[in-house]
Design a protein around this ligand. Structure first.
Ligand SMILES: C[S@@+](CC[C@H](N)C(=O)[O-])C[C@H]1O[C@@H](n2cnc3c(N)ncnc32)[C@H](O)[C@@H]1O
Length: 279
């Protein structure tokens, strides 16, 4: 297979960074060939050089966005890393529910939601264990930069391999309908969730920093692709959008850029609260 030049790869890496802030390592340049093969075919092109040459001559924002989206890593699963969900069930949600008794509303954000399993896991967890809040106003917002995964999240449609990862058998029976070879999340959980495409690092955030407040934000397994500076800016925005008693979840290999803004809740990280303000 004909490979692109270092300059072409450099151009593509820079393009991806500019649009999604994802930092791609040159040692993984080969991924451009596989991930962009469908896009090349759709453009009637056979080699990456043609694509780069085309973009160098004429800017093409939709095509550039499609390249950045195709290079994202969308790995996810139901109840991924189980511990955060366990802590939510046993301790964090009971406290939040008690604190929101008067407003009877809870709002969550699955930032970088991929194909939606994180958001639906949270919805199923609440349905299964917290009957008291069945008639509360509960919103789970899911956002991701990649249009294709957001479409799957909205369709709530999962294949056997996806269903076999992390989902207790009784949840399959209770919260999914069989549709041909696949399974679709039942409407009682789907109606809690809302998905849309949004860039966490674009000129404007998916939500309003001054007015939107979340009780918990899942920012898991996405910051590892960002530069230190991008992480710092994003986490300071996220900090502002969390309720004073809100919860931040990160992936198991991620830490807050500015530890003074957060108190770790789980040994080994992944769950953070805002430090209490002196009264
Ligand atoms: C590895 S998945 C993590 C999914 C889920 N949070 C989890 O932990 O299972 C990372 C997701 O981040 C998304 N992503 C990457 N850069 C992004 C950006 N700048 N804005 C929003 N989403 C982004 C990717 O499209 C991908 O779906």
């Amino acid at each position: 297979m004909q490979t692109a030049s270092d300059a072409d790869y450099g151009y593509l890496r820079q393009l991806v960074f500019g649009l999604s802030q994802n930092v791609l390592d040159p040692s993984r340049d080969y991924l451009f060939e596989t991930r962009l093969s469908k896009l090349l075919r759709n453009q009637g092109m056979t080699h990456l050089e043609e694509l780069v040459q085309h973009l160098r001559i004429r800017k093409n924002p939709p095509l550039e966005r499609a390249i950045a989206e195709a290079m994202t890593i969308n790995e996810t699963s139901f109840f991924r890393d189980s511990r955060p969900f366990e802590l939510l069930r046993t301790e964090l949600l009971p406290k939040l529910i008690e604190a929101r008794r008067s407003t009877r509303s809870l709002r969550f954000w699955s930032a970088a939601c991929s194909t939606g399993q994180e958001a639906y896991s949270l919805g199923m967890l609440m349905r299964e264990h917290f009957h008291l809040i069945a008639d509360w106003n509960i919103r789970i917002e899911g956002t991701d930069i990649c249009a294709e995964v957001v479409e799957q999240a909205q369709a709530a449609n999962y294949c056997r391999i996806e269903m076999n990862r992390g989902l207790p058998a009784r949840f399959v029976v209770r919260y999914f309908d069989r549709m041909g070879e696949n399974w679709v999340v039942k409407s009682e959980v789907r109606k809690m969730c809302n998905f849309r495409q949004a860039n966490l690092c674009g000129p404007s955030l998916p939500f309003n920093r001054s007015t939107d407040r979340f009780d918990a934000i899942f920012l898991r397994n996405v910051m590892l692709y960002f530069s230190q500076e991008t992480r710092r800016t994003l986490l300071s925005n996220i900090h502002r959008m969390l309720a004073p008693d809100g919860i931040l979840f990160l992936g198991s290999s991620e830490q807050p850029a500015d530890p003074s803004l957060w108190t770790s809740k789980l040994a080994g990280g992944t769950c953070y609260l805002k430090p209490r303000q002196p009264s």
